[in-house]
Design a protein around this ligand. Structure first.
Ligand code: AMP
Ligand code: GLY
Length: 432
């Protein structure tokens, strides 16, 4: 079992840098290719120019380079069936096929599956015309949540405080603000409570839930401003009770069982986004992949060999694998380019990464970075770096992450200073 295998990892974010680091740590990792990768992944493997959303091109590359495992980071390649093409080529793949990726690719699909499986989630209606959606909004009243059915890069959800705001959101979806993704609209009951994410490895039969994590989606401190891809994250979530954790774990098991019962062979990571309501945890959404930035705090805490775990998912031997976790807490703060999630400048030289990374238990994951012709690391995206620290306590991890952030500089460097602050204060911080 000690043979090395070549691995192809798809994606270019902080999540993929964290995946690449963890894969490369494994004695089983031979050559590691990342397509397209970023300024961080090229330090742990070889970045390759390959269209990650072209199923045949990915399968051909994996075959030609003798890969024994393909790992799919983002949702877009999953939804277009890259995993199906890789498996058809006889290569083990971590990531569901197009059928399983509908858990993320269609909110209506995942809501209907949850209904069939009896999974607790917000009451909802799904509509393909504006008039019916608007009538349902008026009937439900505010607050109410409006969601574009398809992939909208995290921007397709409006938590509307008034009926007018909800009607406007419905109108925008049908007017084409999210293209095809908005041709079906889901209108949902507005839930309240702290949020918590639970990711799970699965081979379609066995489910191995990971530890909890929580990101911060809003751009501004105090959870204000527009939604982003994530501004910071921590793991585990201190405010979750043992009872809530058990219920969330059961949801993950029941969901995979339902997928299997419906003939969907789901092998990869299933991401459950929960709200801890007064009636217990309810599902807000499923994603068909690892979270970004959740991965950046989960993987540093995972003691297992990631190549072994992913191969077990791909080859349906996960029943033989148990997960174990480091006791330390992890906190990750995202450094962004000024203006994100709106427009921002690129190409700013970044200094201090090595100083930050030299700190004990600190890892700096690259998200939107590139290396320029002079060999300098420069900004190349909205989310630039994920500064992650481990600590014996939540507070120690948090303080260390912020200390590391101070060592890094680039023009326009922006961050939230309140990552994890509410969780540190305890559950009462949500009862305002
Ligand atoms: P989603 O992409 O479905 O997870 O939604 C993005 C964010 O919108 C979530 O993280 C929540 O903060 C919020 N949200 C989604 N659905 C609901 C809901 N039913 N009630 C309250 N907030 C919600
Ligand atoms: N951080 C949320 C997500 O990956 O969807």
């Amino acid at each position: 079992m000690s043979d090395t295998i070549n691995i192809l990892l798809l994606g270019s974010g902080g999540r993929e840098h964290a995946l690449a680091v963890k894969l490369a740590e494994s004695p089983r990792c031979g050559e590691l290719f990342i397509a397209p990768g970023n300024g961080g992944t090229l330090e742990v493997g070889e970045n390759v120019a390959l269209d990650e959303n072209d199923p045949e091109a990915v399968a051909d590359f994996a075959r030609e380079t003798g890969c024994g495992l393909v790992v799919i980071g983002p949702e877009a390649p999953l939804v277009v069936g890259v995993a199906d093409a890789v498996r058809a080529a006889g290569i083990p793949c971590f990531g569901p096929g197009a059928a399983g990726a509908r858990m993320e690719g269609s909110k209506q699909f995942s809501k209907e599956l949850m209904d069939r499986a009896g999974i607790p989630t917000a009451a909802y209606g799904a509509f393909t015309d504006e008039e019916s959606a608007a009538a349902y909004v008026r009937e439900q009243g505010a607050p109410v949540v409006v969601k574009a059915d398809g992939l909208a890069a995290g921007k397709g959800v409006v938590v509307a405080a008034t009926v007018d705001e909800a009607l406007e959101a419905v109108h925008e979806c049908f007017a084409g603000a999210f293209g095809e993704a908005g041709s079906t609209v889901v209108v949902e009951e507005c839930l309240t409570g702290p949020e918590c994410s639970l990711l799970a490895f699965t081979d379609g039969k066995t489910v191995r839930p990971m530890d909890t994590s929580q990101d911060h989606k809003r751009a501004l401190e105090g959870d204000r401003g527009p939604n982003t891809g994530g501004m910071g994250v921590y793991s585990p979530v201190p405010i979750v009770t043992a009872d809530e954790l058990a219920q969330m774990q059961q949801v993950m098991v029941d969901t995979v069982a339902e997928l299997a019962a419906e003939g969907i062979d789901y092998r990869g990571c299933l991401y459950g986004g929960f709200m801890l309501t007064p009636q217990g945890p309810k599902v807000l959404e499923f994603n068909a992949r690892f979270g970004d930035p959740e991965t950046q705090v989960i993987l540093p805490r995972l003691k297992n060999d990631l190549v072994e775990v992913m191969l077990a998912c791909a080859n349906q031997t996960l029943d033989q694998v148990g997960l174990s976790w480091r006791d330390e807490w992890a906190v990750s703060v995202v450094l962004t380019s000024a203006g994100y999630p709106g427009s921002y400048e690129k190409g700013k030289v970044i200094t201090g990464i090595d100083d930050a990374a030299a700190m004990e238990d600190v890892t700096v994951y690259h998200a939107g970075t590139a290396v320029n012709e002079a060999g300098e690391v420069v900004t190349a995206g909205g989310r630039v770096l994920d500064v992650t620290a481990l600590g014996a306590t939540f507070e120690a991890a948090r303080n260390r992450a912020y200390e590391a952030c101070e060592k890094i500089d680039f023009e326009g460097k922006t961050l939230r200073h309140d990552i994890g602050l509410r969780a540190l204060k305890g559950r009462s911080a949500w009862e305002a």
